[in-house]
Ligand binder design. Structure first.
Ligand code: GDP
Ligand code: MG
Length: 175
């Protein structure tokens, strides 16, 4: 039957973070359960959708992906407009991508709605031998800033589903 008819809410979620941290792959994993080994960097702003049921509400998550404009201040305010949630992604093997997380939070605070729910995500958790960002550093930052936190692997799929569902649940709690 047609799910379209039964949708209670559409939640806009934005995925942000430095280039090459795995934003597009996390999104593909959640939306299509796919990991693309020869992915090109994203061209053009795009979104993917997935419909989930949370507390008996049918929620269509409309998840936006940046278009390779991840340089500081290059993401436009239109991208953030109407966003109820954000996945802020860094790469656990790239210290710099974690050091930039504070800037991304600042971006969200200045461009997005003040009630936006933010999930900090340390991706590429499968690359255990290359880890440069201790989990505790991220936990401390997240607690300090009032963010939710998870470590994921878009490659194996670990925690991707739970991180998105947690974000959507929290949005559903506040709408
Ligand atoms: P984006 O620029 O943030 O959208 O990053 P992409 O999703 O394009 O991923 C950048 C690179 O990291 C690609 O070569 C991906 O295959 C790789 N990648 C993404 N997620 C993971 C992951 O969880 N584990 C590993 N090992 N590689 C990943
Ligand atoms: Mg991308």
């Amino acid at each position: 039957y047609d799910m379209q008819e039964k949708i209670d809410y559409v939640f806009k979620v934005v995925v942000i973070g430095d280039s090459a941290v795995g934003k597009t792959q996390i999104l593909s994993r959640f939306a299509k359960n796919e990991f693309c080994f020869d992915s090109k960097s994203t061209i053009g702003v795009e979104f993917q959708t997935r419909t989930v049921t949370i507390n008996e509400k049918v929620i269509k998550a409309q998840i936006w992906d940046t278009a390779g404009q991840e340089r500081y201040r290059a993401v436009t305010s239109a991208y953030y407009r109407g966003a109820l949630g954000a996945m802020l992604v860094y790469d656990i093997t790239k210290r710099q991508s974690f050091d930039h997380v504070a800037r991304w939070v600042e971006e969200l605070r200045s461009h997005a709605d003040s009630s936006i729910v933010i999930m900090l995500v340390g991706n590429k958790a499968d690359l255990v031998d290359l880890r440069m960002v201790p989990t505790e550093d991220a936990v401390e930052f997240a607690e300090d800033q009032g963010l939710f936190f998870s470590e994921t692997s878009a490659l194996s799929g670990d925690n991707v589903e739970s991180a998105f569902l947690k974000l959507l649940e929290e949005i559903n709690r506040v709408v």
